[in-house]
Structures are given as structure tokens and as C-alpha cells.
Design a binder for this molecule. Sequence first.
Ligand code: HEC
Ligand code: HEC
Length: 315
Amino acid sequence: MIKIGHLLKSMTIWMGGVFMSTEAQNVLQPIPLHIDYNYAKAKLGKRLFFDPKLSDDGTVACVQCHRPDNGADHRSVSIGVRGRKGDTNAQTVFNSVFNFRQMWNGEAKNLKDQVRLPIHNPSEMAMDSSRIVRYLRNDPSYSKRFLTLYHRPATFEDMSDAIAEFEKTLTTPNSRFDRYLRHETTLTPLELRGYKLFKKIGCITCHNGINIGGNSFQKMGLINPYPWRPSNPDLYALTHRENDKNVYKVPSLRNIALTAPYFHDGSVPTLREALRKISYHNLGFLPSDEEIHSLVAFLKTLTGETPKSLHGRRE
Ligand code: HEC
Ligand code: HEC
């Protein structure tokens, strides 16, 4: 098992536009305590995020699939307008601002660019741009806000900008692990064993940085192949290159204890089972029960504070 850890450590991987040695990447960083955003635009973005009228049948807002408790929806696959089922497990919007791209296959280059995807997706909000713009321009309070903040009548682009500004506020700082990194608290011996193991067996080669993931593409099934389905939200869906089958943006492990079920297909209901699967497919071995136990204990220390911007009045 150590062998594969070493193999991964000596690899050079493609990260956000540059090749970097994985050695330099093998660092976990705390979530910043402050992040810059435009308050007025974020406030407008929050209202849009909670507004079901942005969907075809007026019933599905972003928040339906990205709930205030964990930023995702607790389902294997999401359900959109008219009860339509998607193929894909919803990723959390918490801390997504720290991802190098958005979506399982990185289809969107940033949060602003991402907004069009759920809105146009026929199994999610199934709405077209011109209908949305008409709605925002005809609603007196929206139309006033857009004029004030963007100095022109509402556009799809400005709506996306406001939603992205709100999403920047959805960070979860001060997890026990972050406080440990800042020397403000200690971890239990079990949690520390899990953290050491996470580094030793090579989880950290793919899950690192601020989001403990979210900063590179990797194959699911690097060592032992994982079944492939044509409906996968993988890189292959964008490139049609054989090698890109089952390649995904590595998911963030922030708040991972809260975001079951797991994997792009939502096929795994528990964290224990998820760790068994990822170890088998991507490290090539099955950890012992004791090892899984300590890894789970470590991963639970990654749960941070629920974003404050989700509390209080929905404006
Ligand atoms: C019907 C459910 C549904 C609705 C409604 C929905 N989403 Fe999502 N969201 C998903 C699913 C499923 C994914 C994962 C899709 C993928 O990556 O292929 C996702 C992924 C995302 C991501 C990417 C996170 C990451 O880590 O890459 C962001 C950001 C996001 N959604 C924001 C939004 C916003 C903003 C809205 C409203 C405009 C919205 N979503 C509406 C289900 C939904
Ligand atoms: C070679 C890169 C790589 C290694 C090594 C790796 N992972 Fe992952 N991990 C991924 C990818 C890619 C996914 C997404 C797989 C999917 O959805 O099919 C993933 C998914 C996960 C998930 C599910 C996340 C979610 O939101 O559904 C967990 C939990 C996880 N990994 C933990 C670990 C742990 C713990 C280790 C070490 C035992 C590890 N990973 C090793 C790349 C890796």
C-alpha cells in the first residue's frame, strides 16, 4: 500500500493551468476567515438563489437542491421541475468558491459561468434566458435593484454575477481541523491517527489545498477500474477522449460527514463505505476497519460553521 502512495507522490499533475509536482501540493490549508464580496450584490444574489420563479414551472429554486444545512440535497440524484430525476449527485455549494473549476467535470470555469447550467438543464430548472430576463425586468423590485447595482436593465449575465457573489459568502470556516492547523485546539489521538494515515497512504495527493480537493482532475478507478456509464458527468462528456472516462474534479472533503450520499452517482450511502471504495479503486487496497475508523474520525473534524449568510431573513 505504501508503494502506491509513493508512486502518486512522485507524479506531476495538471493543476489549474500549470503542472506542479504533487510534493508541493501535499498541504492542507484552513479556510480563510474573511473573503471579499460585494454585500449589496450578494444580498440580491441570495434572493435569486431562493426564488423558484427562476424555473420553468415556478417550483424549483437553487436552494431546493442546495439546502442551507449542507449546501447539497441529501438525495442520490437531484429532482428538478415536474419531478424530473437527474443522473448526478448534487455537489455542495459550500466553499465552491475555492474550487479551480465548477461541476464534476469542470464544465464551468467559475461560479458566475456555472449559473447557466442548472437554469438551462431540462432536469433541473429548465428555463430559457429570455424568459428569466423578462421576469426580472417586469418585477418592480428586481428591476430597481439591477438598475441600481449594475446601471442597466437586468441581464442574464448580471443575474449570474449576483448569484455568484452570494455563493462567495457560503464558506464554512473554523472547523476543528482548521483550528488545529492554526494551533488553537488539539485533535484526539484517533483523529490524529486518521490525519497521519490520510497523508501516509496518499489520500492527500488528490485531496489537498483549501478545499481538500477541488483543485485537480483525477480518474475514479485509477488502480482498479470503476464501472462507466454513458450518462456520467465526467470529463469524457466534454472531450470524448477515451482516457477521460470517469475523470472528475476531485471533490472537496470539507463537511464531508454532512453530504451523504457519495460519489458522482450518489451510489454510496455512508462515509465508511465511500472510504472503502475510494481506497480500493484509487489506492489499490482495502484499509482495515481500524484504519477506516480513524480516517472517518479525521474527516469529521472537517465540518465547519454553517454560513452566516444563510441565517435570518430570506431577502
Ligand atoms: C434540480 C437540482 C438542482 C438545482 C435546482 C440546482 N442545482 Fe446546482 N447542482 C446540482 C447537481 C446535480 C450538481 C452536480 C452537477 C454536475 O457537476 O454535473 C450541481 C452543482 C452545482 C455547483 C458546482 C459545485 C462544485 O463543487 O462543482 C454549483 C456552484 C451549483 N450547483 C450552483 C447552483 C445554482 C447557483 C443554482 C441555481 C441557479 C443551482 N445550482 C440549482 C443540482 C441542482
Ligand atoms: C488518485 C486520486 C485520489 C485519491 C488517491 C483519493 N481520492 Fe478520494 N476521490 C477522488 C475522486 C476523483 C473522487 C470522485 C469519485 C466519484 O465521484 O466517482 C473522490 C471521491 C472521494 C470521496 C467522496 C466525495 C463525495 O463528495 O462524494 C471521499 C469521501 C474521498 N474521495 C476520500 C478519500 C480518502 C479518504 C482517500 C484516501 C484513502 C482518497 N479519497 C483517495 C480522487 C482521489
